[in-house]
Design a protein around this ligand. Structure first.
Ligand SMILES: NC(=O)c1ccc[n+]([C@@H]2O[C@H](COP(=O)([O-])OP(=O)(O)OC[C@H]3O[C@@H](n4cnc5c(N)ncnc54)[C@H](O)[C@@H]3O)[C@@H](O)[C@H]2O)c1
Length: 256
């Protein structure tokens, strides 16, 4: 029998990271779930039925020792590591002229630098032929979008690093892909979806599909990209946005 896959998921205490953890457990995988939000992690574990397939690590991904502590915890708990999902991230942001040095650094530290450092730590442990990394990019990293300068810059860099690592680790049989979600209903977007007319006009009105994205939509894609079903897919960036990024559509326009 094939040994169960073992995954490390960052930002697993909410939204997409939580849904990915639950999707992996449903597929029989083991998960080391990392987040700085302890209550969020506990809730993820509860939703997984307090299963022994989920181990928790309360950690800020930007801490110096976060990557080494997380990889060590996965190996200690489950004896191997196959998949890394670099999901922890912060969103929103502002235009370049409204962004302070401190804000810029915060986006880079969480969305990009931690992703690089977790990848570097995990890569030597990922088994050839089984190993896979999935990075969380965003459609805002693929196309110009107003007033999200540091966020978009980090997500575009995630796309570049995904392509680059696919080249370096493909020869070792390790696949590196990214997902680029559009608007997904999570803690990150909830307030803007409900109250921000500008966000609704720019991000919801142009979605051809008649609903918003759900964390499970992204989790299913992440699971697919990790699984053996995607055995020959590497360096790919999969938009999960109901068609937003490749259409010129308007819900209001369609109703006229
Ligand atoms: N929701 C969307 O519409 C959307 C769209 C595109 C991309 N994304 C990306 O998906 C990823 C997950 O977003 P989400 O919508 O699930 O957000 P979320 O806010 O629901 O969850 C993010 C999780 O990351 C954790 N986190 C944040 N900073 C951390 C840190 N320094 N250390 C450890 N944990 C940290 C948070 O505590 C939270 O549990 C992010 O990278 C985000 O940029 C989301």
């Amino acid at each position: 029998m094939t040994e169960p896959f073992v995954a490390l998921v960052t930002g697993a205490g909410s939204g997409i990271g939580r849904a990915t953890t639950l999707r992996f457990v449903r597929a029989g995988a083991r998960v080391l779930a990392v987040d700085l939000n302890e209550a969020g992690l506990t809730e993820t574990s509860r939703l997984a039925g307090e299963s022994e397939a989920v181990a928790l690590l309360v950690k800020d991904v930007t801490a110096d020792d976060a990557p080494s502590a997380a990889v060590a915890a996965a190996l200690a708990q489950f004896g191997r590591l196959d998949w890394l999902v670099n999901n922890a991230g912060i969103g929103n942001a502002k235009a370049a002229d409204q962004t302070s040095d401190a804000e810029w650094d915060r986006y880079v530290d969480i969305n990009l630098r931690a992703l690089f450092r977790f990848s570097r730590e995990a890569l030597p442990h990922l088994a050839p032929g089984r190993g896979a990394i999935v990075n969380l990019a965003s459609v805002f990293g693929l196309f110009g979008h107003p007033r999200v300068a540091p966020y978009a810059a980090t997500k575009a860099a995630v796309v570049g690093l995904t392509h680059q690592m696919a080249a370096d680790y493909g020869p070792k049989g390790i696949r590196v892909n990214a997902v680029a979600p559009g608007v997904i209903e999570t803690a990150l977007t909830r307030e803007r979806i409900d109250t921000d007319a500008r966000f609704q006009a720019l991000n919801i009105d142009p979605i051809p599909f008649p609903r918003l994205g759900r964390p499970e939509d992204v989790a299913n894609a992440i699971y697919f990209l990790c699984s053996e079903e995607a055995a020959y897919i590497s360096g790919h960036v999969l938009a999960i946005d109901g068609g937003w990024s490749v259409t010129n559509y308007s819900r209001r326009g369609d109703a006229l």
